[in-house]
Design a protein. Sequence first.
Length: 367
Amino acid sequence: MAGASLDVPVSSRNGARVSITIAVLLALGIGSYFWVDSRYPSLLKKHSGTSIKTSGVLSFDAKMPVSADMPLAARIERTSVNWMWTNRVGMTFGLFFGAALLTLLPMLPRRRFQSAAANTALGVVSGVPLGVCANCVAPIGQSLFQGGASEATVIATMISSPMLNVVVLTTVFALFPPGVAVLRLIVPLLLVAMVPWLTRSEQSLSGAVCEMKSDGWLIPASDTFRLYLKNLARLAATTIPFMILAALLGAIVAEMVPARVIPGHVTLLGIVLVALAGTFLPVPMAFEVAAAFILMARGVPLPYVVTLLCTLGAFSIYSVLIVGPAMSWRTAARVFGGRDGDGHSGWRGDGSVPTHTLVWAPSRSVG
């Protein structure tokens, strides 16, 4: 394992241990509260039984009602608000947890492997249990990168969190034909396997070096909390504006190109356009499962359904807006293109429509 080393004098080791312990407890406390109180109970509740509940074209919750007879500007405004409302919990977690990682990582002597494959595997192991969507994982990815993690680890984490979550995959296998479900599993695995290539020419940051103080435990502890608050403020300042922009751009696309315009016959051009839209839209966690299932039950051709299932919610415009400035616009474009390309596999989907109950109703936020 290789990476940026942190020189800690002998006289500062006690202070270093205190700071690292505080940072670890912060990360574990924030993560545990989110996973136990919100994320996994919400995912299990939302996809339990045989009914699928959604509200809004980009959200599970509808804070403001939207109807087709409203002016376009009003629909875009309300859809943007609904998207931010749905993602409020996940985005808050992304900011607070990301700031904790940005505080902790520079304190560690090593943060990456020499092998790109090993760094990618580390990202998958880190991302699968996170349980946040492609939008809410973006601040976490930025924090990992700025803290000194390799770019392969960052991108693998951002892909695996929304696409390889165990609860989401279990729901996919419960709702869709076996062939479709297996394809939905294979596509993100292929994309993860491409991560070393997607990040091959980029250099990761070494991460800031923290100077540890050895004056007992009070000074290192207070310095760690102060650093955490500073990182939180900086992370919020660099990600929240892009969140608002992503909400607006996503609402524009969703309202101007609604799902009902998907053609009734399958063409290669149609598959490409659906894949582009699916990759662009910043939907919340597991929204692609609900949307694809509803479209399938309404008779939309299965290749389009599978394309949305494999692209929607994987790597959105918000991810691009975060990865571009923080890491590299080239990497952001490669991942976006790779996600869109993998989504074309929906062209080969096949299977019958299972019988389930569809329920259109508001539900608890799982952003």
